[in-house]
Every structure is written in structure tokens, then in C-alpha cells.
Write a new protein. Structure first.
Length: 95
């Protein structure tokens, strides 16, 4: 019986926001220049995953780019608990 090769997984955090036009914008902050968008949340997820794969393929060949990536440590990757909007009165803005 052949041994199965164990695949390690890199867990990159992705931030998804919705812009003023309703588009969902996804950014992988650890990978410079890696961003995507979609008309739905799900489409943005698919597109950022594709963009991340492309960026990591470039990193295999481009040493300078590879060094700019903030590579996650396997098994020690902290979990993102959440990002929320906190409403603050606009009167608090410095003029």
C-alpha cells in the first residue's frame, strides 16, 4: 500500500469589506498586492483564493517578492476573532 503524502496547509487571513458601490473587496494583508473583488461575498472569496494562489506561484520564482510575504507559522497561526464597526458620534471628529 502506498503512503499518502501529508499536505501542510498555510492559513492566511483575508479581510473582506463592502465598498460604496456594493462590491465586496478582499485583501490578503500578508501577501503584498494580493487583492480581489466580487459582486457577492462568495464571489470575492473565490476570487481572493485564486489571487492568493497566483501570488504564491510568483513567489516561487521571485525571491524578492517571496521575502516580502508574511508567511504564517503552521499550527501557531492565531485565530482572527472578528472585526466590528463601533459607531462613534461624528461630533468626535477633529476638525
Amino acid at each position: 500500500m502506498a503512503k499518502m503524502k501529508k499536505r501542510s496547509i498555510l492559513n492566511f487571513q483575508v479581510l473582506i469589506t463592502q465598498d460604496e458601490d456594493g462590491m465586496f473587496v478582499a485583501v490578503a494583508p500578508a501577501i503584498p498586492g494580493c487583492h480581489a473583488q466580487g459582486s457577492t461575498y462568495e464571489e470575492a472569496l473565490v476570487n481572493i483564493k485564486d489571487a492568493m494562489k497566483l501570488c504564491l506561484e510568483v513567489a516561487k520564482k521571485d525571491v524578492k517578492y517571496r521575502k516580502k510575504i508574511d508567511w504564517p507559522e503552521s499550527k501557531k497561526n492565531p485565530k482572527l476573532l472578528g472585526i466590528i464597526n463601533i459607531p462613534i458620534p461624528s461630533s468626535m471628529r477633529a476638525e
